[in-house]
Design a protein around this ligand. Structure first.
Ligand code: FNR
Length: 364
């Protein structure tokens, strides 16, 4: 059962520290560089304020929404997060069962610690057991140095029943500093040869000239992927209007405005501060999703007000999984949904689509 003092995502975060090794905690919690962007992701939400609307008629109110033709019980999904087995032996399958039970969409990472087929099976089995419709299940692709390997992942995801492909464009030359404990591996890409780091001596270039950089993907790979992939293509990691337009022109069906939870380039603005500029440029051509710092129902409302169609949560799923497994993740999603309904009620909003800038204070 869930301890009674767990009543918010912040409670899960505080609890989670004691449920994993110190190094794992730091790996999950940390951001790039001085963590300016990580802090901005939260501060920006705190700066945004709301204006309620009392005594609005709330009959027929609902959090349901449709995205890319797929129905979502609420505009919240689980962001792709690597290696769930770092915090729970049940790993991504456990998370997928919780998401299915809560009819919540989940994006499975290329760096999942269980096979994408097993994760899809777990989600389907849980939905069937509860007689639920299957919630959207998407696969996140890190483009591999060899196109044939990327294609192999895409075909496996299509065959396993994933309903969209999320290609992450913002972490293609990230350096791994965290040593995985024994038994936790990126099983879906295990058979691909890893890019050996060439030792270059202290005075040599660090990234430049290495296979990691020499084979880093470009926009041409996105154009190629669009041609290859039969699923809706979602581009994740958009932080500039310029890149947003480029992705749309190449045929992206949706974009995820994200600075990777402050983990890639320190010095980027908060994701929620970037959103209005991207929304203005994209001008409704494709739906926008947002992640980075979403920790409550009011955060969701603020993101929707500034142009997002839905949001994703990253770290909170690992906190909840670490503290209470499947039940924890389901409860975390329940808390978010309860907070979203409460916020919508107080703002006089009966549907997701009506949430706009008029809920913000001062009103515009
Ligand atoms: C991530 N994120 C990420 N993104 C992605 O596209 N593929 C991945 O494998 C991972 N892995 C990953 C691991 C960990 C430990 C974290 C914290 C994040 C980024 C993730 O999808 C999302 O963009 C952020 O986590 C959102 O910010 P919040 O909700 O954590 O503040």
């Amino acid at each position: 059962t869930i301890p009674a003092d767990l009543t918010s995502l912040a409670d899960y975060e505080r609890r989670a520290v004691a449920h994993m090794p110190e190094a794992t905690w730091r790996h999950i919690a940390s951001g790039a560089g001085q963590e300016c962007t990580l802090r901005q992701n939260r501060l920006a939400f705190e700066r945004l304020l709301l204006e309620p609307r009392a005594l609005a008629c709330l009959q027929g109110a609902t959090t349901h929404t449709t995205l890319l033709g797929q129905r979502h019980a609420a505009p919240v999904l689980l962001a792709p997060v690597a290696y769930h087995r770092l915090v729970h032996p049940g790993g991504e399958c456990e998370t997928a069962r919780a998401a299915a039970a809560m009819q919540t969409g989940m994006v499975v990472s290329t760096l999942a610690s269980q096979t994408l087929e097993d994760i899809a099976r777990s989600a389907r089995a849980a939905a069937a057991e509860l007689r639920h419709d299957q919630a959207p299940l998407w696969f996140q692709l890190y483009l591999q140095p060899k196109r044939s390997h990327s294609l192999e992942l895409v075909r496996r995801a299509e065959a396993a029943g994933y309903q969209a492909l999320v290609v992450t464009i913002d972490a293609t030359v990230k350096r791994a500093r965290f040593a995985l404990p024994p038994g936790v591996e990126a099983v879906n890409i295990q058979s691909f040869p890893s890019l050996a780091q060439r030792p270059q001596g202290l005075a040599g270039p660090i990234l430049f000239g290495t296979p990691l950089v020499e084979s880093a993907p470009t926009w041409e790979d996105i154009a190629w992927l669009r041609q290859q992939c039969t699923l809706p293509l979602i581009v994740k990691g958009v932080v500039s209007p310029r890149d947003a337009m480029r992705a749309v022109e190449l045929g992206a069906d949706a974009l995820i405005v994200s600075n990777h939870g402050g983990r890639v380039l320190d010095g980027l603005p908060a994701a929620i501060d970037i959103l209005p500029r991207v929304a203005e440029t994209v001008a409704g051509r494709v739906p926008l999703l947002l992640d980075g710092g979403i920790r409550s129902g009011t955060d969701i409302v603020k993101a929707l007000a500034l142009g997002a169609s839905a949001v994703l949560v990253g770290r909170p799923q690992l906190h909840a999984l670490a503290v209470a497994g499947l039940l924890g993740v389901a409860h975390m999603l329940h808390l978010l949904r309860a907070e979203l309904e409460l916020a919508m009620a107080q703002l006089g909003c009966t549907r997701i689509a009506v949430i706009d800038r008029s809920v913000l204070w001062p009103p515009e």
